[in-house]
Each structure stands twice: as structure tokens, then as C-alpha cells.
Ligand binder design. Sequence first.
Ligand SMILES: CC(C)(COP(=O)(O)OP(=O)(O)OC[C@H]1O[C@@H](n2cnc3c(N)ncnc32)[C@H](O)[C@@H]1OP(=O)(O)O)[C@@H](O)C(=O)NCCC(=O)NCCS
Length: 118
Amino acid sequence: MIGIDIVVIDRIEKLIQKFGDKALDRFLSFEEKQLVKSSSTAAGFWAAKEAASKAIGTGIGAKCGFHDIKISKDKNNAPKIKFKKAIRKKFKIKDSSLSITHDGGFAIAVVAVEVKNG
Ligand SMILES: CC(C)(COP(=O)(O)OP(=O)(O)OC[C@H]1O[C@@H](n2cnc3c(N)ncnc32)[C@H](O)[C@@H]1OP(=O)(O)O)[C@@H](O)C(=O)NCCC(=O)NCCS
């Protein structure tokens, strides 16, 4: 299963200017915020979580919130994505992978989810 999302980086930049850290808290954990050094990265993480929610078919909402999805980085700066345990169990998720890009004022993310017996 796959999901994709695109975000205008300026939208996230304005949110951060207006609401500061609270804007980031809405969709990022403390650990994720440590990885965010620019609005481009923040926009990429927003797109990644929206894309992940599309991959499991729920969208962001009651069934899967921003904080049910965790993003980390490996030693080469490649992003990794993981759903919280309850969601992995409910949707029978075996593995998830994420790719992010940004250019021309946009951030785009694609998430692939591998399910058991899928
Ligand atoms: C990683 C790379 C493909 C990114 O491409 P780019 O056109 O510069 O930038 P993009 O906007 O498309 O992608 C950036 C995103 O790619 C992701 N990324 C970074 N490193 C990555 C890696 N090793 N593998 C997979 N994804 C990676 C990140 O999510 C990054 O965004 P973020 O840091 O804001 O989260 C490119 O920088 C590259 O080839 N790097 C390796 C070579 C290199 O940098 N050598 C220099 C020192 S030897």
C-alpha cells in the first residue's frame, strides 16, 4: 500500500512564524523536533505523516493521528517511518518506508506500507 502528499513549504513556515514551537508540537514529537532544522524539513515531515495515513487508507484523524506516526533518521540522514504499535497491529503492518524531497517551494513524501499476507 502506498500514500503520497505534497505540502507548500511557505504554509509551514508561516505556521511556525505565527505559533512558534506550538505549531511543531501539533504534528511532531520532541525527538522529531530535534531533527527539524528548517521549514523544508518540517514540511517534509508533515507530508510524510499525511502520506503514511493515506497508505493505510484512513487519512489523519481519529483512527490515525499525527502522533501515531514516528519519523527518525538513519546515520546517512535517510528518513524512516514507523506507526505506533496499536496501528501496526490493527492494520497488520509488517514494515513501512518513506522518501522525502523538496524543491521549488514544495515538499513531497511517499510512504510504502507492507502488510502481513498482503
Ligand atoms: C540524499 C540526496 C539524494 C538528497 O537529494 P537532494 O536533491 O539534495 O534533496 P531532496 O530535497 O530531493 O531530498 C532531501 C531529503 O532526502 C532525504 N534524505 C537525505 N539523505 C538521504 C539518504 N541518504 N537516503 C535517502 N533519503 C535521504 C531527507 O529526508 C532529506 O530531507 P530532510 O533532511 O529535510 O528530511 C542527495 O543529497 C545525495 O545524493 N546525497 C548523497 C551524496 C552526498 O551528499 N555527498 C556529499 C558528501 S560525500
